[in-house]
Design a protein around this ligand. Structure first.
Ligand code: ATP
Ligand code: MG
Length: 305
């Protein structure tokens, strides 16, 4: 008997109603669908259609007005704050449109960040972060701060940070929104290549049909409702010229791991201790722990608006 593919996310009759004075805004209006493990799912719709609201509900960042969201068999909106924070930390990764990197930290330190909360030891943490940065083609920018990198490079750091702890699900809201077309395609290829390598599930929001073509499944959204669900049969990566480059970088990464261990003592990364991190950029430990994800998101929304 063939194994059934796991339904990793189940959205059941989900609603989000915002009240503005006497007006009710049905941002998400009775939406139901499922996402399978390893699937690249895209929420596609015009501005104001409710994509970000739906993504934030799925990530447990916003509260539901109705319905249920089941992730890995758990009703995430029934969890208490603490358990939800742990759940996010264990299973979820995030990529933001405006990168949300720590400006005073290097690329390497930014990517190490999620591993600190997973209590990964310093040496292994550095190795994993460096490996991930090589994978996204930033081996020569490890000690650069965000202000010393291009937008595309910053977003590759953002991707390395989201994927470094190998979360089962990665949520991305317009991850290429600030990038030119060519860089956007490269970033999309990276997300797709890395997620397929590790059988990770991607839920990505976009208004751009060309980017949605990278997905296995497209949920078309209009006025808070699902218009249609499209399953993409072919794999767009097969004919993509940028894939070859990404593959080479991956191969180089694997070859370089031993060398990286030897180079470890030459790394100029200062010892990061958790107490000092809490003061950096006014971001509390809880921010990444999950408790204050709302704050990150609000910051993100503030920048977008
Ligand atoms: N905090 C809020 N309070 C009131 N209304 C809101 C709030 N957040 C979103 N909305 C409304 O809900 C609807 C959906 O917003 P949402 O941000 O989900 O759209 P979107 O599809 O992500 O759009 P965009 O592509 O512009 O980011 C919009 O009409 C928006 O004005
Ligand atoms: Mg949005």
């Amino acid at each position: 008997m063939q194994d059934e593919v796991e339904k990793i996310i189940e959205i059941k009759n989900v609603r989000k109603i915002y009240r503005m004075g006497n007006e009710k805004i049905y941002a998400v209006d009775d939406v139901s669908f499922e996402i399978l493990k390893g699937e690249f799912c895209c929420l596609l719709g015009t501005s104001g259609s409710g994509k970000s609201t739906l993504l934030n509900l799925m990530a447990g960042i916003e509260k539901l007005s109705g319905g249920e969201i089941i992730i890995k068999g758990k009703n995430i909106h029934k969890m208490n704050e603490n358990n939800l924070a742990k759940f996010r930390q264990r299973y979820l990764g995030f990529v933001f449109q405006s990168y949300n990197l720590m400006n005073s930290m290097t690329a390497l330190e930014n990517v190490e960040f999620p591993l600190i909360f997973k209590r990964v030891k310093t040496k292994r943490r550095k190795l994993l972060a460096k490996d991930m940065l090589l994978k996204v083609g930033l081996g020569s920018r490890l000690n650069h701060k965000p202000s010393e990198m291009s937008g595309g490079q910053q977003q590759r750091v953002g991707i390395a940070r989201a994927f470094v702890s190998k979360p089962e699900i990665v949520f991305a809201d317009e991850p290429t929104g600030n990038l030119d077309t060519k860089t956007a395609m490269e970033v999309m290829n990276l997300i797709k290549t890395i997620s397929k390598e590790n059988n990770q599930t991607i839920v990505m929001v976009t208004h751009d049909r060309r980017l949605a073509d990278y997905a296995d499944k497209i949920i078309h959204i209009l006025d808070g409702k699902i218009q249609s669900i499209e399953v993409i049969p072919n794999d767009t990566m097969e004919n993509d010229p940028t894939l070859e480059k990404a593959d080479k970088e991956t191969a180089a990464t694997e070859d370089n791991i031993d060398k990286m261990v030897l180079e470890e003592k030459d790394m100029s990364l200062p010892q990061i201790d958790v107490d000092s991190l809490s003061e950096i950029e006014n971001v509390s430990i809880n921010t990444i722990d999950g408790d204050k994800m709302t704050d990150i998101n609000e910051k993100e929304r503030g920048i977008e608006e």
